[in-house]
Write a protein that binds this ligand. Structure first.
Ligand SMILES: [Zn+2]
Length: 174
């Protein structure tokens, strides 16, 4: 599969048809989509006012890509660090702890998964992603408090009523 940076270059490639570039931006979300594919697309399309007729404003794609890349840049080092730690633990024969970090099982994607594509946090992606990463490092229990907005009225297996994020991600809802 083509890498995220390679697809990102195609999004910025002004020699391509704007519809092709929009498709490439959507392809980026297969590699990295903090809210899951549909909710992340909805967030980017709304925030950067990506028009239905993309020929009108193809630069909206580049603005959206910039936000996505900024969030991804936060996740990559931490995901690599976590993977290295897991490898070391395995090599030392230590029991590997249960998955606590959503990005572990989903490869950097859907770390603030929103099951309803229209309901997601209003802040920029890097702000939300940083908050989730910091909360995980601090050991905040996502079953007791929403990692994104701090709402403590958690309902098991349900998305946060306030910001729409499902704790634990789609693979492991808490
Ligand atoms: Zn929340």
């Amino acid at each position: 599969m083509t890498s995220f940076p390679a697809i990102a270059r195609r999004v910025r490639d002004e020699s391509l048809d704007p519809r092709q570039r929009r498709m490439r931006l959507r392809n980026c979300l297969f590699h990295f989509a903090p809210y899951g594919f549909r909710a992340t697309w909805d967030h980017l399309a709304t925030t950067h006012r990506i028009p239905g007729s993309i020929e009108v404003d193809p630069s909206s794609l580049v603005r959206a890509l910039g936000e996505l890349e900024a969030a991804r840049a936060l996740v990559l080092p931490r995901a690599a660090e976590f993977a290295a730690q897991r490898r070391l633990q395995k090599r030392e024969g230590r029991r590997v702890p249960a998955t606590l970090h959503p990005w572990d099982s989903w490869g950097c994607s859907a770390i603030a998964y929103c099951p309803d594509p229209r309901k997601h946090p209003p802040e920029p992606l890097p702000v939300v992603v940083r908050r989730v990463l910091d909360a995980c490092v601090a050991g905040v229990d996502p079953a007791g408090r929403c990692l994104v907005c701090g709402d403590d009225d958690r309902r098991p297996l349900r998305a946060c009523r306030n910001c729409g994020v499902l704790p634990g991600g789609r693979g492991n809802p808490l």
